[in-house]
Design a protein around this ligand. Structure first.
Ligand code: LAG
Ligand code: CA
Length: 606
């Protein structure tokens, strides 16, 4: 304990912070200590516009145990607050309009943000922040306050809480030559860099003073423990201006590494706007990859996914933050999204299976097709309320058993970066393996598909990750037997099967399972409880037979029956007294024996 405390004191030092709310604050910042052990994974869950306590909970309960390497969070800095607007109060895009760099906004306070980072690190999950550093709140705003109470003068380009003044921005007629001051010519570097992106006040990043403020903001986040950044509108920041900002970033506290950088750069630019110009400053978001997934999953030619390594995606996989969707593309429908149901889920699992880039899974909130401005679930002040994965208002694909299973599959296989034996029994059914580490199959058709695949795996029994993977001694997921390196696999309709060496059925291969029935049944004197069912060991429903249960722990009756493995069993309890038999009412009870050697059922009659 004492040793721990001294270590903690050792890594605390005082750091002076540039003006938050006009004052110079002195905050305690944790310095680099490589002590924290974080998950060895390149998978990120992008929990877009989830509030900080909800992200903390997700890290602790879901992402950490599932093996995610990082969580991406929406912009945490103070933003404009818009009580009314065309799409309703507090549109989601408020957070992309910075008013100051205080960590205080509709997603939570600085304290909640810090607590979230600590929870995520404790769970083994890194935190990447969406950094809005190309611009501030728009000069066209009719409101002039932010969530932390700071005010700004939109038309005067004055943001005293930073502070920025008019001279810190690009202006129409000066640096920006476009007649309305906005970017219209998307392949003109002068406009793309120096004019306003949808009316947002464009920072003069060629000024060292502006860059220092941006670097100070990012280093403040790193001091809190942040491990990387998704750089908003990175296309609109000249790479030569962003490079010194990157060079000025501190090392991360958890791992003493350069922070991870994923730049948001829309593809299609040429010359100074080509993707290749940006890669020196970090990874780039995989828009072309996402568009291509939509095309192939949309037109049903999954067999063509085998040619992915030859696709011209404009970026090497190694420098790509791969995605199926993000908050912009789910609204403009340029990619698949949660609205596409099974197709979206399958594409997300495919991204985890087929080697390309670092996978970023996405979960935002549910919104009506007709209102792409709508606020996330929030109170009347705009403060975003807790994520509830059960109330239908949020997307929670990152927490699904199948997705978590695929994260484990990805982590187990990612050291082999090639694909072997790509097999397509039909245009909508594919299977492939990553060396000897894991096999993945996907069926995008509406009927189950059974085929035999080369798996690359050692012979044995594996537990499908999609349906739950392995438990001690056996499988929760569907068992898959590999024999002579091959497996005959049934992939359910619109689903997948994924097996790997880290999810094997390690128990003795049991052809029969010792199933213990424990039933709470209240009886009268002279009555005995039996279990009957559709198996011969359960007398095939004949009331003359069945297995008598012991009342030693009355009212709990117990007994053990040997039943065949991997079999769906139907059964019921009966009370017998002499020749009188009383059946349980209702449907037959049912369960699958699975492949572990023992299983216990706990039931109550009535
Ligand atoms: C991004 N990538 O470069 C974000 O992914 C994208 O979601 C952001 O736009 C954009 N950059 C600026 O950070 C979003 C909305 C815009 C919204 C903007 C600022 O898609 O529609 O603009 O955030 O809130 C809104 C209004 C505009 C208005 C502007 C300034 O829609 O009409 O001119 O605010 O007041
Ligand atoms: Ca710019």
């Amino acid at each position: 304990m004492e040793r721990r405390l001294r270590a903690a004191i050792g890594r605390i030092s005082a750091v002076a912070l540039m003006g938050t709310a006009g004052v110079t604050a002195v905050v305690l910042t944790r310095q680099a200590d490589a002590a924290e052990s974080l998950n060895d994974s390149d998978v990120t869950a992008n929990l877009w516009e989830w509030n900080w306590p909800s992200i903390a909970r997700a890290c602790t309960d879901q992402l950490g145990p599932a093996g995610y390497g990082a969580v991406q969070v929406a912009p945490p800095q103070e933003s404009v607050t818009l009580p009314a607007g065309s799409g309703g109060a507090h549109p989601w895009w408020e957070v992309y309009q910075p008013v100051s760099y205080q960590i205080h906004g509709r997603l939570g306070t600085r304290e909640q943000f810090s607590a979230m980072v600590r929870s995520c690190h404790t769970a083994g999950v890194r935190v990447y922040v969406d950094a809005v550093i190309n611009h501030t709140a728009g000069s066209n705003n009719s409101v002039s306050t932010g969530y932390a109470g700071s005010s700004f003068d939109p038309k005067g380009y004055s943001y005293p809480a930073v502070p920025y003044s008019s001279a810190d921005f690009h202006h129409k007629g000066a640096e920006c030559t476009d007649e309305d001051g906005r970017i219209d010519a998307w392949n003109d570097p002068g406009e793309v860099f120096n004019c306003e992106l949808s009316g947002l006040s464009d920072l003069k990043t060629e000024k060292a003073g502006v860059r220092d403020k941006l670097t100070g903001y990012l280093n403040d986040l790193i001091g809190i423990g942040v491990d990387g950044f998704r750089v908003d509108a990175a296309k609109h920041l000249p790479p030569a201006d962003f490079a010194p900002i990157v060079a000025g970033l501190h090392r991360t506290t958890a791992e003493a590494k350069a922070p991870y950088i994923a730049q948001e750069v829309a593809p299609g630019g040429t010359g100074d706007l080509a993707l290749s110009r940006y890669i020196g400053n970090g990874d780039v978001l995989g828009f072309s990859y996402a568009y291509s997934l939509k095309e192939h999953f949309g037109n049903g030619t999954l067999s063509d996914l085998q040619y992915l390594p030859q696709w011209d995606l404009g970026l090497a996989g190694a420098g790509t933050a791969a995605m199926v969707a993000n908050h912009d593309t789910e609204r403009d429908r340029s990619t698949l999204s949660y609205r596409d149901g099974a197709t979206y889920r399958l594409a997300s699992w495919f991204m985890l299976a087929f080697p390309y880039g670092k996978p970023f899974l996405y979960d935002g909130f549910v919104f009506p097709a007709g209102n792409t401005d709508q606020s996330p679930p929030a109170d009347s002040t705009g403060a975003v309320t807790a994520t509830d994965c059960g109330n239908g208002a949020w997307q929670c694909l990152t927490q699904a058993t199948a997705t978590k299973g695929m994260v484990a599959w990805h982590n187990a296989t990612r050291s082999v970066t090639t694909v072997s034996d790509f097999t397509a029994p039909a245009a909508t059914v594919i299977g492939f393996h990553r060396g000897s580490l894991g096999w993945f199959g996907l069926n995008a058709s509406g009927t189950a598909s059974t085929a035999t695949y080369a798996t690359g795996l050692a012979d044995g029994t594996y537990c499908d990750r999609i349906t739950g993977g392995a438990t001690a001694g056996g499988c929760t997921g569907t068992p898959v037997t590999v024999s002579g390196g091959k497996a005959t696999v049934t992939i359910p309709a619109n689903s997948a099967v994924a097996i790997d060496g880290n999810a094997r059925s390690t128990g003795t291969a049991c052809a029969t399972v010792a199933v213990t029935f424990t039933a709470t049944v209240t009886t009268t004197y002279g009555q005995n409880v039996f279990v009957l069912g559709n198996q011969s060991a359960l007398s095939t429903w004949a009331t003359s037979g069945g297995t008598a249960l012991s009342p030693a722990a009355y009212p709990v009756w117990t007994g053990t029956v040997s039943l065949p493995a991997n079999t769906t069993v139907e059964y019921k309890y009966v009370k017998k007294e002499g020749s009188a038999v009383t059946w349980e009412s209702g449907d037959n009870r049912t369960f699958s024996t699975g492949s572990a050697c023992t299983k216990t059922l706990t039931d109550t009659w009535g």
